[in-house]
Design a protein around this ligand. Structure first.
Ligand code: R5P
Length: 290
C-alpha cells in the first residue's frame, strides 16, 4: 500500500533530530507525542488525536534498551488511533548482531524484536541493519536503506584519499563508500576475542601520506576502529578518520578513539559525533514507497 496525500511523522525520543530533518525533507508534519516516566521508572506514552485516516511514519532507534520498550508502547498506542497505515522506521536496529544462534540455547534476539514490531506495522524500514538476515524475520515488507552515501559526502568534503574496512564484514561498506567517492578501498581481517577485545591481522597497505577513513556500520566500544587506526598509523597514513553509521560509543570508547584525527557518525543514534544526517537517504526511500 502506498502513502496517501497526507503523511505524518511520529518520533520516539531516541530519534528526534533525525525525525526533524526528515520532516523538513518530506514537508511532512511532525506529530509531538507525550512521554513521561512513572515514579518506579515505567514508561508512559500517549499519542494525540488527529492521526485518524493518516499514513504514519513512526521513527525510533532502539538503543538503549528502554527505547525499544518505548517503541513497543508507541506502536500499541497507535494501533487504536484509526490511522490508515503505519510504517515503522528503526534507524538503529538494536540486537541486529544477535541475528542467529552462535551457541545452542541462545535467543535469536533480532527475531524476537522483529516479531513484536511487525504486529502493528504495515512495513518496516531500517538503516544499515547489521546483517540483512534480520529482514527475513519480518513476515511483511522490511527494507534496509544504506546510509553510506551520507558518510561519503562527509569524507569527500574532508579530502579522504582511501577507505578501509576494519574487518571483512565491513568490506561491503568500504566498497560502497570507495566506489561512490571514486577512491581506492581495502579491508583488514579481525578476530573478536570478547565484547571488549579484538585482534586485527597486520597487512601491508598502500597508505603512506594518505588521508584514510575507516568505515564500519557500528562503533560500540571503539576497539575495532582503534585497532585498525594503529595499523594505519604504523604504516604512515597522514591522517585517520573513524566513520560509522551507528555511533554507540560505550565504555571508554572516546578514550580508545583518541588515536583518530576525526570521528564521524550519522544521526541514527544521536551524539556529539552525529555530523551527517541520513535524512536524504531515508526521504528517498519513503518517496519510493509512495
Ligand atoms: C561487528 O561486526 C560490527 O560491525 C562492529 O565492527 C562492531 O560492533 C564494533 O564493535 P566495537 O566498537 O566494540 O569494537
Amino acid at each position: 500500500m502506498g502513502f496517501g496525500d497526507s503523511l505524518k511523522i511520529i518520533s520516539g525520543s531516541a530519534s528526534l533530530p533525525l525525525s526533524r530533518q526528515l520532516s523538513a525533507e518530506l514537508s511532512a508534519d511532525l506529530v509531538e507525542v507525550e512521554l513521561s516516566e512513572f515514579a518506579d521508572g515505567e514508561l508512559y506514552v500517549r499519542v494525540p488525536d488527529g492521526v485518524e485516516g493518516e499514513d504514519l511514519l513512526l521513527i525510533q532507534s532502539t538503543y538503549p534498551n528502554d527505547k525499544l520498550l518505548e517503541l513497543f508502547l508507541l506502536q500499541d498506542a497507535l494501533s487504536d488511533s484509526g490511522m490508515r497505515s503505519l510504517t515503522v522506521v528503526i534507524p538503529y536496529f538494536a540486537y541486529g548482531r544477535q541475528d542467529k544462534r552462535f551457541s545452542e540455547g541462545e535467543a535469536i534476539s533480532s527475531r524476537a524484536v522483529a516479531r513484536r514490531v511487525e504486529v502493528d506495522a504495515a512495513r518496516v524500514l531500517t538503516i544499515d541493519v547489521h546483517d540483512k538476515r534480520v529482514l527475513s524475520y519480518f513476515a511483511g515488507v522490511a527494507l534496509d536503506v544504506s546510509g553510506m552515501p551520507a558518510l561519503s559526502r562527509y569524507f569527500a568534503e574532508n579530502g579522504i584519499d582511501m577507505v578501509l574496512a576494519p574487518d571483512e564484514n565491513a568490506s561491503r561498506h568500504a566498497k560502497v563508500v570507495g566506489d561512490l567517492m571514486k577512491v581506492p578501498w581495502d579491508f583488514l581481517k579481525k578476530k573478536r576475542i570478547d565484547s571488549w577485545t579484538v585482534e586485527t591481522e597486520e597487512k601491508a597497505l598502500d597508505v603512506k601520506g594518505l588521508d584514510v577513513a575507516v568505515v564500519d556500520d557500528v562503533i560500540s566500544t571503539g576497539g575495532t576502529m582503534a585497532s585498525a587506526a594503529r595499523i594505519l598509523s604504523r604504516q604512515g597514513a597522514r591522517s585517520v578518520v573513524a566513520g560509522c553509521i551507528h555511533g554507540l560509543f560505550v565504555g571508554g570508547a572516546e578514550e580508545r578513539l583518541k588515536v583518530f584525527d576525526d570521528i564521524v557518525a550519522t544521526d541514527t543514534v544521536s551524539s556529539s559525533y552525529s555530523k551527517v544526517s541520513v535524512a536524504p537517504e531515508l526521504a528517498a526511500a519513503v518517496r519510493r514507497l509512495s
